[in-house]
Design a binder for this molecule. Structure first.
Ligand SMILES: C[S@@+](CC[C@H](N)C(=O)[O-])C[C@H]1O[C@@H](n2cnc3c(N)ncnc32)[C@H](O)[C@@H]1O
Length: 270
C-alpha cells in the first residue's frame, strides 16, 4: 500500500483524503502535521507560482496576533474567528485567554480536520469551541446554539475573517459579510485580510490559477472591494494596508520585505 492510500489516523471519517484541502495546505505552510501528499502537491505549485506565499502566511499569523492585542486593548472579550484553519502556532484563544482567561472564542471552519484538531486542543477549555460551518451561510452560523451559547451578540464581538474570503465564490462574499456585520453590536471589531493584485508583489495570476484549478475558485479584491466589506464601520489607523504594515513592528518590516499582496484592515462598528 502506498503512503497516499493510507488514511492518517488524525484524518476524520468525513474528510476527503483524495482531494487537496485549503486548510491542510495552510497547515503544511505553517509547519504543522495535518497534511497529506495531495495537499503538499498543490502547496508546492502555489510556491512555484508565488514564492512570496510563505511570507504572506507568516505575516498573516502576525497580523492575527496584532489584531487580538488591539481587540483586547479595546476591552473586547468575545471572538468569532471564521475560516480559522487548523490550529497551529500562535492561536487566538491562547493570546486572548492569556490576558483574560474567560475570554470567549469561537473557531469555525468548513474543514473537518480544522474542527477535529480544534476540538482536541480545546478539550477542557469551557470558553472556547471549534465548530464546523460555512461562511457563505451566515444565518446558520448565527443561529448555531453553540455560537449563541458562548457569544453574547448584544455586546461587542471581534469578528475575524483572515485569509479566507478570497477562497469563497466572489459573489457570495459581500452578502455574507454584510449579514455578519449586521449581527454585531456597536463597539464590535471586524478584521479582514484579503489577497489583492493591487500591490505589485508576485504576479497574482499564477497563484489564482493554482487555487482556482484545485478548488474551483479564488478571487483577489481591489482596495475598494475590500473597503466595501467593512460597510459603514470606522476603519482604525492605519486603514487598509499591505499586511505587514497594519500596526506592524517598529522596525518597519513592511517596507523592508516588500508587498505581500494581501490587504489587512480592521474597523469598529459605531
Ligand atoms: C488560508 S486558511 C486561513 C486560516 C486563518 N484564518 C489564518 O488567517 O491563519 C483558510 C481557511 O478557511 C477555510 N474555509 C474555506 N472556505 C470556507 C468557508 N466557506 N467557510 C468556512 N471556512 C472556510 C479553510 O478550510 C481554511 O482552513
Amino acid at each position: 500500500m502506498s503512503m497516499e492510500t493510507v488514511r492518517p489516523e488524525w484524518l476524520p471519517a468525513d474528510a476527503d483524503a483524495e482531494r487537496p484541502s485549503i486548510a491542510r495546505m495552510y497547515d503544511f505552510f505553517l509547519g504543522g502535521t495535518r497534511h497529506m501528499e495531495v495537499d503538499r502537491e498543490v502547496a508546492r505549485a502555489a510556491v512555484a507560482a508565488a514564492p512570496g506565499i510563505k511570507l504572506l502566511i507568516w505575516q498573516n499569523r502576525k497580523f492575527l496576533k496584532r489584531v487580538a492585542r488591539y481587540a483586547v486593548e479595546l476591552g473586547i472579550d468575545q471572538y468569532l474567528d471564521l475560516g480559522s484553519g487548523i490550529p497551529a502556532r500562535g492561536n487566538l484563544h491562547s493570546a486572548v485567554q492569556a490576558v483574560n482567561p474567560q475570554a470567549r472564542v469561537v473557531y469555525l471552519d468548513i474543514d473537518p480536520v480544522a474542527v477535529a484538531r480544534g476540538e482536541e486542543l480545546l478539550a477542557g477549555n469551557e470558553y472556547a469551541v471549534a465548530l464546523r460551518g460555512d461562511i457563505t451561510a451566515p444565518e446558520t452560523i448565527l443561529a448555531e446554539p453553540k455560537v449563541r451559547g458562548l457569544l453574547d451578540f448584544d455586546r461587542p464581538v471581534a469578528l475575524l475573517l483572515l485569509n479566507v474570503l478570497h477562497f469563497l465564490p466572489f459573489d457570495s462574499v459581500e452578502p455574507a459579510v454584510a449579514r455578519l456585520r449586521d449581527a454585531l453590536a456597536p463597539g464590535s471589531l471586524l478584521a479582514i485580510s484579503h489577497g489583492t493584485a493591487d500591490l505589485g508583489g508576485d504576479d497574482p495570476t499564477g497563484i489564482t490559477n493554482v487555487y482556482a484549478g484545485a478548488f474551483g475558485h479564488m478571487a483577489m479584491r481591489t482596495y475598494d472591494q475590500v473597503a466595501a466589506l467593512f460597510g459603514d464601520f470606522d476603519l482604525v489607523t492605519p486603514g487598509i494596508v499591505d499586511l505587514p504594515d497594519w500596526r506592524g513592528e517598529p522596525s518597519g518590516i513592511g517596507s523592508q520585505i516588500g508587498p505581500v499582496n494581501c490587504y489587512a484592515g480592521a474597523a469598529i462598528k459605531r
